[in-house]
Ligand binder design. Structure first.
Ligand code: NAG
Ligand code: NAG
Ligand code: NAG
Ligand code: NAG
Length: 313
């Protein structure tokens, strides 16, 4: 039997395909090619490694991967840099090294993907101080440092040139639907993700004079990666689990046409922020119905180990 969700998904997919085709025709110059150099944080697992796979298949020249673990993908085009993105000085050093290397070779980063993230599963009151710092450092501050360095370097070098050179820079941020609605025991994770949403909104305006810088914000629902493995999905007919491979393919398709704005997946994610304008009673009902507040359990088991904090792989 075809469920409502499947039907909606088919329709949405057709619309998306049409939009993509129009995009490819109009924004041909954004197509990923062997001229492109990408930088990704947290590319060694989960959504990150899928994104790397997809970009490799589109023929990028090189991908820098900043992560604690080395890349799972084996490809000579991947330049893995061991880096704790949650450590400000280490991250800035790595970025400086990469930018000055590229400068010597007269090449530029053209795709930036902020993907690294970690999560917790305890009440705010029970979290150790160090974890609180770690979550913000990895999820929010690493974003801010990377974005500032790469974008201002791009504007200072590429946009200051008179000659007609390739000015494109596509920036993708992976946020989360939880940035719009925070479940119990995920206060900080949700806070870091909604910070990204706000910064995206504001920066899109600040950078509007540079149309070649394309900002794309991705706010996915629950992914099929290790990060939320312990969270039993609820009401999957409304909120299906998205495969990381599928999401990565869609994101790269969007990079390929230089799409900017916000990309929500699955469909319901588009409407979630609107819940906040509902009367309180209705909001409580939605939260109860979705079971969102009972799923993040600090004692939940993944295999046999307890997860409190996990690096997105
Ligand atoms: C951050 O990185 C620097 C340089 O690599 C190192 O000296 C420092 O101990 C690190 N800090 C933490 C908290 O790990
Ligand atoms: C990279 O940017 C520099 C300007 O800093 C420019 O001279 C150079 O041509 C660019 N390289 C490519 C491959 O576009
Ligand atoms: C990505 O996040 C950073 C920092 O959170 C923000 O400054 C930037 O605007 C975001 N970019 C996009 C494309 O959303
Ligand atoms: C939230 O975390 C606290 C511990 O910090 C735990 O006692 C509680 O059971 C958790 N809530 C849920 C719904 O799992």
């Amino acid at each position: 039997m075809i469920s409502i969700d499947d039907t909606v998904r088919y329709v949405a997919t057709y619309i998306d395909v049409i939009v993509l085709i129009i995009g490819i025709l109009i924004y041909k110059e954004y197509q990923i090619s062997s001229k492109d150099i990408a930088l990704i944080t947290g590319g060694s697992g989960g959504l990150g490694s899928e994104l790397i796979k997809q970009m490799l298949s589109k023929g990028v020249q090189k991908i820098y991967n900043l992560d604690l673990k080395s890349s799972v993908e084996r490809d000579s085009r991947i330049d893995y840099r061991r880096c704790d993105v949650g450590n400000e000085s280490e991250l800035k050093q790595s970025l400086d090294n990469i930018l000055s290397e590229l400068k010597e070779q007269n090449r530029n980063i053209t795709i930036l993907i902020n993907n690294a993230g970690i999560r917790h599963s305890q009440s705010l009151l029970d979290l150790p101080d160090k974890e609180i710092h770690d979550i913000f450092n990895v999820n929010t501050f690493s974003f801010i440092w990377t974005l500032r360095k790469v974008t201002s370097n791009h504007i200072d070098t590429v946009f200051k040139q008179d000659t007609k050179i390739d000015r494109k820079l596509r920036i993708v941020n992976v946020s989360s639907i939880l940035g719009a609605l925070a479940p119990r025991n995920l206060s900080l994770y949700s806070a870091t993700k909604s910070a990204i949403v706000s910064i995206h909104e504001s920066l899109t305006q600040e950078l509007s004079e540079y149309p070649e810088i394309r900002l794309l914000l991705v706010t996915p629902g629950q992914l099929s990666t290790g990060m939320f493995k312990d969270v039993e999905p609820s009401r999957t007919f409304l909120a299906p689990i998205i495969s990381a491979e599928y999401l990565a393919r869609r994101i790269v398709e969007k990079i390929n046409v230089g799409e900017s704005g916000v990309y929500c997946e699955p469909l319901y994610a588009n409407f979630l922020p609107g819940i906040r304008v509902f009367p309180m009673v209705l909001q409580h009902f939605c939260r109860w119905f979705s079971e969102m507040d009972t799923k993040v359990n600090s004692n939940s088991k993944r295999g046999n180990e307890r997860v409190d904090i996990e690096i997105e792989r």
